[in-house]
Design a protein around this ligand. Structure first.
Ligand code: NAD
Ligand code: DAU
Length: 332
């Protein structure tokens, strides 16, 4: 039985991964989370206390990180400031957590020779044209656009340097856009679902031509576990599930699934520097590790996600007003 340190384990994807570990392994799990606005203890409710321990702390706290890494057999690093729109308003927390925090964890992993898996994003590669037949691969050059994606790119480069210079036993994964339960209402899909549940019209940035490559967060978790157990040290793996859709189509689908006319949304001012298209080629993960996504029907996954938000207002309601007030100040 192993003891894994999961940073950011009270966030959207981190908490999903903790639940996945509880259901699919015998590992004991130590969650380290700062409980920023994005961390939520309720996302870990009901998990067995014998298997899951939660520490409230900051990944930039070197003393705390040293103590926890010393007790762990492996680290899975999800903790980050994760929202592009926030990074355009106030980049400093992104620099601190995503860069300094990753550095702090790497130094502890180096000291104790601890297996390290770094969770990253397809955004580090920049964006693609709508008619580009290509997709991002593990060798696509880095070209990030936003303060968020540039700090994630920097954190990836730190991991690569600690592997090469100090032999830290690390892997990296770069995943596409996740959707599913427990996602903060600031993000695109839950924002539109909860807007509709509140009687507010969905908000589409610009004309909505931007394309994202959607993957259910359960599938992200199963891919991370596959890489953690069978991935090659020093390697990077793209995670994606062939889920490209433009934003307008996604809004129209949500409206249809919620019984409303497809044009019942507002166009609002575009995001500054808005990346046009992300698309991930997951061939390496599929061929080398045999990983397959479970959710292949986007409409079905979206319907289940809508049902979850319908029945979990107690989980999302506390964050809704502040989130909409933030967007109102931006005119979005
Ligand atoms: P999230 O914002 O929902 O959760 C982030 C978690 O990290 C929160 O629980 C927060 O409290 C915690 N945290 C923030 N700063 C911290 C600090 N200094 N110390 C300790 N904990 C801290 O994010 P998410 O969407 O679950 O993303 C998780 C990871 O996955 C991030 O690294 C993100 O870059 C990456 N990722 C996200 C997506 C996506 O679509 N959401 C896709 C690919 C990769
Ligand atoms: O690609 C992976 C990335 O996906 C992750 O690294 C990020 O952590 C995650 O937040 C996500 O980034 P995006 O910027 O793509 O996600 P977001 O949910 O903010 O927006 C998705 C798309 O929807 C994007 O093109 C902007 C648009 N959008 C967003 C909001 C909140 C709207 O049209 N309206 C909205 O209200």
């Amino acid at each position: 039985m192993k003891r894994l340190l999961v940073t950011g384990g009270a966030g959207f994807i981190g908490s999903n991964f903790v639940r996945h570990l509880v259901g699919h392994t015998d590992h004991r799990i130590l969650v380290l989370d700062k409980f920023t606005y994005a961390g939520n203890l309720a996302s870990l409710a009901g998990l067995p206390a014998k298997r899951v321990e939660v520490v409230h702390g900051d990944i930039t706290d070197a003393q705390l990180v040293d103590r926890l890494v010393n007790e762990a057999d492996g680290i899975v690093h999800f903790a980050a400031e994760s929202h592009n729109d926030n990074s355009l308003q106030d980049p400093l927390p992104f620099v601190r957590t995503n860069l300094l925090g990753t550095y702090t964890l790497l130094e502890a992993a180096r000291k104790y020779d601890t297996r390290f898996h770094h969770i990253s994003t397809d955004e580090v590669y920049g964006d693609l044209d709508l008619d580009d037949p290509g997709r991002f691969t593990e060798t696509t050059p880095y070209n990030p656009s936003s303060p968020y994606s540039s700090t994630k790119a920097g954190s990836d480069l730190l991991v690569r340097a600690w592997v090469r210079s100090f032999d830290v036993p690390a892997t990296i994964s770069n995943c596409s856009n996740n959707y599913g339960p427990y996602q903060h209402v600031e993000k695109f899909i839950p924002r539109q679902i909860t807007n509709i549940l509140r009687g507010i019209r969905p908000k589409l940035y610009g004309r909505g031509n931007n394309v994202r490559d959607w993957i259910h967060t359960d599938d992200h978790s199963s891919a991370v576990l596959a890489i953690l157990t069978e991935g090659q040290i020093g390697e990077t793996y793209m995670i994606g599930a062939d889920g490209e859709h433009d934003n307008r189509t996604v809004v129209e689908l949500i409206l249809e699934l919620m019984g409303l006319p497809p044009d019942a949304y507002d166009n609002v001012p575009d995001r500054a520097g808005h990346d046009l298209r992300y698309a991930v080629n997951p061939t390496k993960l599929r061929e080398e590790l045999g990983w397959r996504p479970h959710y292949c029907d986007f409409a079905q996954g979206l319907r289940a996600t809508i049902d979850w938000y319908r029945t979990h207002e107690d989980w999302w309601a506390p964050a809704k007003d502040a989130t909409e007030a933030f967007y109102a100040r931006l005119g979005q």
